[in-house]
Design a protein around this ligand. Structure first.
Ligand code: ZN
Length: 364
């Protein structure tokens, strides 16, 4: 690192005379550092990008002569490893044009803020996105929002898969479509709209119904991440899981159960797969008293309860999970599902078994 600098989003705050908080106020990023004699605060102030590491060590020695240079270098290394430091002398991102740097400047700042991994340059996350290929399966409420977020974020290639045409009942939530699109194939409209949003991204589409694991396996082979935004046929998540386990492709699902929205993200080999969670859930339910459902219990599913908010939040969560799989910023826990309750705006949770199941039909 040429000239270490605390990231602008992580600048420290001194609390009283003996404690420093670095990383702002967001949980998961911020950390408290004990600093009884003030040398940590002095070090952080010197890490302003105007000095080499050697100059920082020399300047700190003048302010705190009793502090050993090896301690100071070790502290700088710790701060770099913790993701709080970037290089003010970083090389220019040669693979990004001036227009791309302007377009993605705010994205870069957000990734840098969420990122706790040391990077060669502050543009590394954007470069990872521009080299990534994502297939979005299902361009409905979740898929419209997710595909739009990926395209606007600069994912290099976004491929859309969807069999249906635009209907009036779609327009309350499927944000890529308008009244003049009624009757047109959704995939054609989506590709047109997405290309208008970002001509730097390669956007393609296929009008196709997913009818089994074989077609998913073919799709998964050509892409870095599969984003499943369809919930039909009923087995489609399990089929996607099987296809992605077989091809080693990371995948994400996004969806909702009425006001409960959620997403799941999976990296084959990195932990329990989607079907491991199904096995664990079956086992959990087997230990509970038997349930009796109302004779009319299918009625709620047939209402397809959703609006632009519920489908949109699910789509945004799925896009966020996809960007995390590609960039590692933030480094979300994988191989589990996340949920969020729109009724309380409070209950968010992550669920899934801690380890792969030896009796899993897919990954064991
Ligand atoms: Zn499994």
């Amino acid at each position: 690192m040429r000239r270490p600098m605390i990231k602008p989003e992580h600048l420290p705050v001194r609390h009283g005379g003996n404690r420093v908080r670095i990383g702002g106020v967001v949980r998961g990023i911020a950390a408290d550092i004990a600093d009884p004699d003030g040398w940590v605060w002095a070090l952080l102030e010197l890490l302003d990008g105007s000095r080499t590491t050697g100059q920082v060590v020399a300047d700190l020695a003048r302010l705190h002569p009793t502090r050993a240079g090896t301690d100071v270098r070790a502290a700088i290394d710790d701060l770099i490893r913790a993701g709080y430091v970037e290089d003010a002398g970083e090389p220019a991102p040669g693979r990004l044009t001036a227009a791309e740097r302007e377009r993605y400047g705010r994205s870069k700042a957000l990734f840098r803020w969420m990122d706790r991994a040391p990077r060669r340059t502050s543009w590394d996350t954007q470069l990872l996105l521009s080299g990534a290929r994502v297939v979005v399966i299902g361009i409905g409420g979740v898929g419209c929002t997710a595909a739009q977020a990926l395209v606007r974020s600069g994912v290099g290639h976004v491929h859309c898969v969807e069999p249906d045409v635009v209907e009036l009942s779609n327009l309350n939530r499927q944000v890529l479509f308008t009244e003049r699109d009624l009757g047109r194939p959704k995939v054609d409209v989506a590709v047109d709209r997405l290309r208008e949003q970002n001509s730097e991204v390669r956007v393609t589409g296929t009008r196709l119904a997913v009818d089994g694991p074989a077609v998913l396996r073919t799709l998964a082979t050509g892409f870095d991440v599969v984003l499943l935004a369809a919930d039909q046929p009923e087995e489609i998540r399990s089929w996607t899981n099987q296809a992605c386990e077989a091809t080693g492709t990371a995948w994400v699902h996004g969806g909702y159960h009425g006001p409960q929205v959620g997403c799941g993200l999976y990296r084959p080999g990195a932990g329990p797969c989607y079907d491991c969670a199904r096995v664990a859930e079956r086992e959990r339910r087997a230990g509970l008293p038997p349930r009796t459902y109302s004779a009319a219990s299918g009625r709620a599913a047939r209402t397809h309860a959703a609006n632009a908010v519920s489908a949109g939040v699910a789509g945004q969560l799925a896009a966020h999970a996809t960007l995390s799989l590609i960039t590692g910023a933030p480094a979300l826990r994988t191989n589990c599902q996340y949920g969020f309750n729109l009724v309380t705006l409070q209950d968010s949770f992550a669920i899934g078994p801690d380890a792969p199941r030896p009796d899993c039909p897919t990954c064991a």
